[in-house]
Design a protein around this ligand. Structure first.
Ligand SMILES: Cc1ncc(COP(=O)(O)O)c(C=O)c1O
Length: 472
């Protein structure tokens, strides 16, 4: 049985109230019952003072990434549902892709500001939202997008499903590259389409590469006209280079394949790497691409349910929107819109500090793995998810890939994402989320190191006497 990681909450109340004050420079106008109608709107209050929280981003403290938050009791999928999901109580969760970091102060301030207004009626992306969105892609990627291309959805996965439904008929094949984020397969199969999976291959340095010849022969064999691309790639951590994407584009163009590019991790290319939006390769490419974006990974906003789906081509966009209309969904979540605007207007410095923190976490894991026999991290260029190859450990311990997750859960007390859920090529791997304070990461690595050593030692003792017995 493993002890709980004792959470230490160091976020001070004074910091919270400072945020609130920063967030509410227009408070008197908002609270006044006698103020004229125009002045009682948040926009009017802030334009009269010139102090919108959207334009005055609070300073970034890099050290905040090492604050250990207490997420228990917040209905957190990651921290509060182990037993409901069949995992042991007290397991340390580094599985689902959200971060144990508070979002950017700019976002918190804007949300506090919007919450104080207290009216949460139907909302739509307005000019300020659109300017934040287009400005973000222009500044961060040199990609000029038009606000008219955008359709807001409650998430990227729903958008993947909508694209599959809009662009293929039941029974038709949809291309994915495995291993890959498991909803890629699910949105195809759950909608009665067929998965045409093409394996990613590892080169001599352990770097995952696309097998274009295999992709092309699969296109020819299945007649598929739709590819779900993960750019950057979860779980293998590749930030595809412009050349790699151009080569893919060439094959897609030749076969008339539409690419649905999931770019939810785009902002999390680590220092030294740069995401190329697939559609930014050129006008012809953009005309065959649906780009799924969201601030939810990079700013930790998954619970606010906002994604921006960018489609340059009018026919593709109409097909996508028609499919969205069949669900009855219309206006987006107002707090999601507020958070997205604030992130894209005022979150840049925070994001860059976060990327440094994740790069340091990656280096720290790699250094500590030197002491953990048989576990290696695939080279990670982006995302906060490390893809750990445990095949050496399994072999030494005489275990099969099917037993890896039990070792993690019951020996190490770690809740990770087992490689098998990512499809072919995931066997013997596990995925660990390093977007957490260093203390949490070290607690996890301590558990991993101890478990690998204990299981390996038991295997050595029992050498020649069959398989290793796992403790319950
Ligand atoms: C590649 C990828 N796409 C989509 C999602 C989830 O998107 P959403 O929560 O917006 O549906 C994730 C979350 O981990 C992801 O890694």
């Amino acid at each position: 049985m493993h002890a709980h990681l004792t959470p230490v909450t160091t976020t001070s109340d004074s910091r919270r109230s400072a945020d609130l004050d920063d967030a509410c420079p227009g408070r008197p106008a908002l609270a006044s019952t006698s103020a004229p109608a125009a002045a009682s709107s948040p926009a009017a209050a802030f334009s009269s003072t010139g102090r919108s929280p959207f334009s005055t981003a609070p300073a970034v403290e890099a050290s905040s990434f090492n604050v250990v938050p207490d997420r228990r009791g917040t209905a957190s999928l990651k921290w509060d549902f182990a037993v409901e999901r069949g995992r042991p109580e007290g397991v340390l969760p580094l599985w689902v892709a959200d971060m144990d970091h508070a979002t950017a102060p700019a976002v918190t301030s804007a949300l506090l500001w919007r919450t104080r207004h207290g009216i949460f009626g139907y909302s739509e992306p307005d000019d300020a939202y659109n300017a934040a969105l287009t400005g973000w892609f222009s500044r961060r990627y040199g990609w000029q997008v038009e606000a008219a291309w955008n359709t807001v959805t409650p998430g990227v996965v729903p958008a993947l499903a909508l694209a599959v439904r809009a662009l293929t008929a039941p029974g038709e094949a949809v291309l994915i590259e495995e291993p890959v984020y498991y909803p890629f397969r699910e949105v195809v199969e759950d909608n009665g389409r067929t998965v045409a999976a093409v394996p990613l291959v590892r080169d001599a340095n352990g770097v995952y590469r696309r097998d274009l010849a295999a992709l092309e022969s699969t296109i020819e064999a299945t007649g598929s006209r739709l590819l779900l691309l993960c750019n950057p790639h979860n779980p293998v951590g590749r930030v595809w280079s412009r050349d790699e994407l151009a080569a893919l584009d060439e094959v897609a163009a030749r076969h008339g394949v539409v690419v649905v590019s999931d770019e939810i991790h785009a902002d999390l290319a680590l220092p030294g790497f740069a995401t190329t939006p697939f559609a930014s390769l050129g006008r012809a490419t953009a005309a065959r691409t649906i780009t799924c974006t969201s601030p939810s990974k990079s700013f930790n906003l998954a619970g606010l349910q906002v994604a921006n789906i960018l489609i340059a081509d009018a026919h593709l966009r109409e097909a996508f929107r028609r499919e969205l209309a069949t669900t009855g969904y219309s206006q987006p979540n107002v707090l999601g819109l507020t958070a997205c605007r604030a992130a894209y207007e005022g979150g840049e410095a925070w994001l860059d500090a976060l990327r440094e923190h994740i790069a340091a976490a990656r280096a720290h894991v790699e250094a500590r793995l030197e002491r953990i026999e048989g576990v290696e991290a695939a080279p990670c260029e982006g995302t906060y998810l490390l893809w750990l190859d445990c095949s050496g450990f399994l072999q030494t311990a005489g275990l099969t890939p099917d037993e890896l997750d039990d070792v993690m859960l019951h020996e190490a007390g770690l809740w990770l994402d087992d490689g098998r859920i990512f499809g072919a090529g995931g066997e013997g791997f596990t995925r660990i989320n390093v977007a957490c304070p260093r203390a949490t990461l070290d607690a996890a690595l301590d558990r991993l190191e101890a478990a690998v050593a204990a299981v390996t030692a038991r295997a050595a003792e029992r050498a020649g006497r069959g398989r290793v017995a796992l403790s319950a």
